[in-house]
Design a protein around this ligand. Structure first.
Ligand code: FES
Length: 319
């Protein structure tokens, strides 16, 4: 039938326009090159130090999203991007000038806190992530410049130019958003790097070593199967055990510092309470999987505390 032939023709045209699924396409190849673009590295250190020097106090952890349990930046960008997308739709409709201008201005006002949250996350990333993040930020700064110019043109009555600049801004911010997706999903920036622990640790008790081999107050690494554990023997004999790979970026907690019943990650300084794995200090936004321990004939055994048991554990008042 001609209708079916047309459909088949359209599908075949769409298939030939898509990249070959058996090899990386041009876009992916370009972004992967960006990950190793060392010519960007000169800017990373000074920028990172500048972001760390910002006097944000407790707001830094809030911007990371510790209160939310995952990074706040992706949620905060919904406001500017949603406003600008809606303004673009209104720009295509008759009689919607005021609404379009208001949304465009709202996008500009909400872009600043979203950007700040992004920079705070960026300053605690690994180098390949920082390179992609820097270009992501540059695209978004360009988009803000285009939208600022668009709003200025609109306020001066140059609506055609204002609309054109707005569409250009939307194009650039969409490209920046695609890089943000690569950063979050391909490079796992902001993902919980301890999330797989409950899936790979077998239920039940596991021997992790002799109590006599555990130094008091010092972090050491032990294993349950192939999963590394941070183990600390406290002065009163209690043995604490957390998953060793930090939920922030998989840093080795067993090389961290033990202070006031907590461990400080050696990579970016996240702080986890030894008694229950809670992330009392960022940049980590997820807690650390925790193991309960017992002593059997001088041998320490550990068992993963699984949800929902973990949620119902009594939490100590102070970290
Ligand atoms: S890996 Fe970043 S704080 Fe631990």
């Amino acid at each position: 039938m001609p209708f079916n032939r047309n459909i088949r023709g359209v599908l075949s045209a769409v298939r030939s326009a898509l990249p070959d699924p058996d090899r990386p396409g041009r876009v992916l190849t370009a972004v992967e090159r960006l990950e190793s673009a060392s010519r960007l590295d000169g800017a990373l250190g000074p920028l990172r130090r500048a972001v760390h020097a910002l006097p944000l106090g407790g707001a830094r952890d809030a911007l990371h999203g510790r209160w939310l349990g995952h990074p706040a930046h992706p949620m905060m960008v919904q406001l500017p991007i949603g406003s600008w997308m809606s303004a673009a739709v209104l720009d295509l409709l008759p009689g919607q000038r005021r609404g379009a201008d208001t949304l465009l201005a709202l996008g500009l006002a909400t872009a600043a806190p979203a950007a700040l949250a992004g920079w705070v996350d960026w300053a605690d990333m690994r180098k390949p992530q920082m390179r992609v993040g820097l270009v992501h930020a540059a695209a978004n700064i360009t988009a803000v410049g285009l939208y600022t110019a668009s709003l200025t043109a609109r306020l001066r009555g140059r609506r055609g130019l204002g609309r054109a600049l707005g569409f250009a801004g939307l194009t650039v911010v969409s490209a920046g958003g695609a890089l943000g997706g690569h950063l979050a999903y391909r490079q796992a920036a902001g993902a919980n790097h301890a999330e797989q622990v409950p899936a790979v640790v077998d239920p039940g008790w596991h021997a992790i070593g002799d109590i006599a081999d555990l130094p008091v107050g010092e972090p050491v690494r032990r294993y349950v199967g192939e999963t590394p554990l941070l183990v600390v023997r406290e002065a009163d004999g209690t043995v604490r055990a957390l998953a060793d790979r930090c939920s922030h970026m998989a840093g080795p907690l067993s090389r961290g510092k033990i202070v006031d019943g907590c461990v400080r990650c050696p990579w970016h300084g996240s702080v986890f309470r030894l008694s229950d794995g809670w992330n009392v200090g960022g940049p980590a936004t997820s807690p650390q999987p925790v193991f309960e321990t017992r002593l059997v004939n001088g041998l320490v055994e550990a068992r993963l505390v699984r949800e929902p048991d973990r949620a119902h554990r009594p939490v100590p008042r102070s970290a």
